[in-house]
Design a protein around this ligand. Sequence first.
Ligand code: HEC
Ligand code: HEC
Length: 219
Amino acid sequence: MIIKKYALLLASGLMLSTSAWATDWDLSILVGNCIGCHGPEGSSLGPATPTIAGLEEDTFVEAMEEFKEGERPSTIMERIAKGYTQQEFEQMASYFSKQPFVRHTQEVDAQKAKKGHHLHRKYCEKCHEDNGYTDHEGSGILAGQWMPNLQFNLADFHAGVRNMPRKMKKRMQKMIKRYGENSLENLVHFYGSQTRTDVKRDKDHDSDDHDSDDDSDSD
Ligand code: HEC
Ligand code: HEC
């Protein structure tokens, strides 16, 4: 069936570029293995798997390399990442970086989220800009990520089994010293409470994409 269609396309001269066709085909197979867990276009539908849409390409590739090398703790991603080449990481990164990060409403404790907001501004906003919506210099996207994933990542950093930038470590230690271990949970509730959809992406939108007024948090 597929071969017949292919031959037909060739014969009719409609196939302008074999390589473009092959790339689309390869790409859908490539990312098809990911979206089974990570959700359509990389936005996960449930809390067990993080959303991977909208990450900067470099952030994405780096995450895959770290999984592959076993530098970043994981339950399954190390095994999965080992099955792909650098070039495939880059192809996947290019695809997922262009997909929107779809945010779902999660059950959050408003008091904890409020405390988390305060902590975020004080200790995290410098690198996790725009309340964690922007992937700035490899920092990932925290706003609207599934809360169990945020929790695992923070616990791994805190326990020292996942490396973090020196300055992040310093700030996190300072924060925990002053506000206790609960501060991590408060941050998880804060990021989990972020469900804005009008997020402006750094590069691909310019003119008609305005930030709405309600992101100027005042408290
Ligand atoms: C069986 C389910 C499953 C499959 C299939 C899967 N993942 Fe994952 N992925 C996870 C889980 C769970 C995590 C959290 C880390 C862990 O425990 O392994 C994760 C984490 C990630 C992360 C890090 C996200 C973050 O911000 O913390 C990236 C990037 C990623 N996966 C990419 C991929 C890509 C690309 C594929 C396809 C080649 C893929 N995954 C296939 C389950 C899966
Ligand atoms: C100096 C900059 C900096 C500061 C400050 C900082 N971070 Fe980070 N953060 C990063 C970078 C860079 C990464 C990516 C690290 C990596 O994967 O190697 C990261 C990763 C993370 C991740 C994992 C994201 C993912 O999906 O893999 C979480 C969660 C996180 N930071 C939370 C925080 C919290 C909470 C604070 C405040 C207490 C904070 N960070 C402060 C730079 C920073």
